[in-house]
Design a protein around this ligand. Structure first.
Ligand code: CA2
Length: 148
């Protein structure tokens, strides 16, 4: 089973600013942990990060025939991008929307997700660990092994 992991704008800067909201873990740390969990679950993960909306959409299009599921943290595009939702809907790869912060406890403009209606599930507010829960949940829901 192949799982794509897609992160959006500025998530490459994780760990360097706003630790009170986003924690001190870097994106490289998150990707390393996901690789460990993927090994445990017997699946493959392929991680990418892009700052541009078009690049994110291109990355989603690349999943056709290559990914069985995906984790998506689209950053601020979560709240604005119908284009990204259209791409996710078009490729029909089941995905879990992930956020480090609890977007529903933040400013009103962050409480809306354009992507959630197309998502299999949403995990938010657990910080970096949320990616791990999302991977376990997604693999479980796709019929793979999901432990603890
Ligand atoms: O909580 C999340 O995971 C978010 O997707 C993060 C986005 C934000 O726009 C969403 O509303 C919620 C922001 C990512 C920016 O990442 C930073 C990394 C380092 C320092 C500052 C921001």
């Amino acid at each position: 089973m192949r799982i794509a992991v897609l992160n959006g704008p500025s998530l490459n800067l994780l760990g360097s600013r706003e630790p009170a909201i986003y924690g001190t873990v870097t994106l490289a740390d998150i990707e390393r942990r996901l690789a460990e969990v993927a090994d445990e679950l017997g699946v493959a993960v392929d991680c990418a990060q892009h700052n541009g909306e078009g690049e994110l959409i291109d990355a989603v299009h690349e999943w056709r025939g290559r990914a069985d599921g995906a984790l998506v943290n689209a950053g601020a595009y979560t709240h604005t991008s119908l284009a990204l939702r259209d791409a996710l809907t078009a490729v029909a790869v089941p995905f879990v929307e992930v956020h480090l912060s609890n977007i529903f406890a933040r400013e009103p403009e962050r409480r809306v997700s354009m992507l959630a209606p197309a998502a299999r599930a949403v995990v938010c507010g657990f910080g970096a660990t949320g990616y791990e829960w999302a991977l376990r949940g997604l693999v479980g829901s796709l019929g793979g092994v999901a432990r603890g």
